[in-house]
Design a protein around this ligand. Structure first.
Ligand SMILES: *Cc1c(COP(=O)(O)O)cnc(C)c1O
Length: 400
């Protein structure tokens, strides 16, 4: 079968909830992917940062295969040897005392929301079921009913109501707006330190610090959704580390498994995470021995290969090179580490045609919000690969 045959099958039998590029991938290795027709591409999306460790990392693959031969699922009705070790290693690596394991990022976000609501009633003393959570315009926290209830993107929300109440939306990158929105019923502020899906929107320096101060002054918890920005992507373990901010609750996913298996987690200290009591929350697959073994290996790779440091160095280099490209279409290059957005001017007539042109030349990217090309390769990329990609990007950013 050829590319067009697979696309036809998808078209006929699959829900049309995505509009992928016309490339059918059959295998991958590190930063490279290969399609059914034998073409090779540099992956500059990394499955939205789930592949920080690169495709099919041999150590994570080995851990997955080894564990799959032993035991894959116990359910949390019984214990398993891998989860206990993952808890400990997550704590050692992040400094948070406890964690809870889920599967998808959206599920972890929901878990964080349940946790802060519980904190609101049991610790802060907010009247039951009246807790408010402040979120930001342009947010992306996943696709579940509650996560889209406070989305500001009509595409994600229209025709999906009624929505979950209890959220207050304020402008992003405006700490005064957060302060003004706080009421006695405010339980938490939840935000992304960089808004990836909104187009790599990078707030001004000091924003996160100001928000953290406002939260602690008002006895409001700060939840950072670092599902996309965390685990090395921006040049630190967490994007919040750039400002020395330690949120009360950290939500991670994506690269927590290096792309092998859906694994997400919520991290917090004991006074908060300790509020969950047996039976109050759970997941059949969350914290399975297979998930835990894969996550342990994925975290080890981040540490051993110093992926955060790599992202810092190579991201700075990549961004400098991109900024030097003369182009009639580029409005701005922004981001941190290897999370880079190229914002195009209106005369570029949309980012999609650039993604398609890059695909023809061997680079896979994804446009976001019509005007931004996101460049986020696996963190195992090297300088010579960037040096190969730059002229390709230069050519495409100058096409008519
Ligand atoms: C991807 C993402 C999510 C949702 O994760 P899923 O695994 O797709 O449910 C939530 N928040 C942010 C910031 C993300 O980038």
């Amino acid at each position: 079968m050829k590319t067009k045959d697979y696309i036809q099958l998808e078209q006929d039998y699959g829900a049309h909830n995505y509009l992928p590029l016309d490339v059918v991938i059959v295998k991958a290795d590190g930063v490279w992917v290969y399609d059914v027709d034998g073409n090779k591409y540099l992956d500059c999306l990394s499955a939205y940062s789930a592949l920080n460790q690169g495709h099919v990392h041999p150590k994570i693959m080995q851990a997955m295969v080894d564990q799959a031969k032993k035991v894959t699922l116990t359910s949390r009705a019984f214990r398993n040897d891998q989860l206990a070790l993952l808890y400990k290693e997550l704590s050692d690596m992040t400094g948070y005392e406890m964690s809870i394991l889920m599967n998808s990022g959206a599920e972890a976000v929901e878990t964080a929301i349940k946790l802060v609501r519980k904190w609101a009633y049991q610790v802060k003393g907010i009247p039951r079921h009246e807790a408010e959570i402040i979120v930001c315009e342009g947010n992306f926290h996943g696709r579940t009913m509650t996560a889209i209830s406070f989305s500001t993107e009509p595409l994600y929300r229209d025709d999906f109501g009624p929505f979950t109440p209890g959220f207050v939306i304020v402008a992003y990158n405006d700490s005064a707006a957060i302060e003004a929105a706080i009421t006695p019923n405010t339980a938490a502020v939840m935000l992304e330190p960089i808004q990836g899906e909104a187009g790599v929107i990078t707030p001004s320096e000091g924003y996160l610090k100001q928000v953290a101060e406002i939260c602690s002054k008002n006895n409001v918890l700060l939840i950072a959704d670092e599902i996309q920005t965390g685990l090395g992507r921006t040049g630190k373990l967490f994007a919040c580390d750039h400002e020395g901010v330690r949120p009360d609750i950290m939500v991670i996913g994506k690269a927590l498994s290096g792309g092998f298996y859906p694994v997400s987690a919520v991290l917090a200290d004991k006074p908060i995470m300790g509020l969950f009591k047996p039976g109050e929350h759970g997941s059949t697959f969350g914290g399975s021995p297979l998930a835990a073994a894969v996550a342990r290996a994925a975290l080890r790779v981040i540490r051993e290969e110093k992926l955060a440091e790599r992202a810092e160095l190579l991201g700075t280099y990549f961004m400098e090179q991109l900024e030097e490209i003369p182009s009639p279409y580029v409005h701005e290059v922004r981001g941190k580490g290897l999370l880079i957005g190229i914002e195009l001017k209106p005369e570029a007539k949309g980012a999609r045609r650039f993604s398609e042109a890059l695909q023809k030349r061997g680079i896979l990217t994804k446009e976001t919000h019509e005007t931004v090309i996101r460049i986020a390769p696996p963190l195992v990329i090297d300088k010579s690969t960037i040096d190969w990609a730059i002229p390709v990007l230069r050519e495409v950013l100058n096409m008519s």
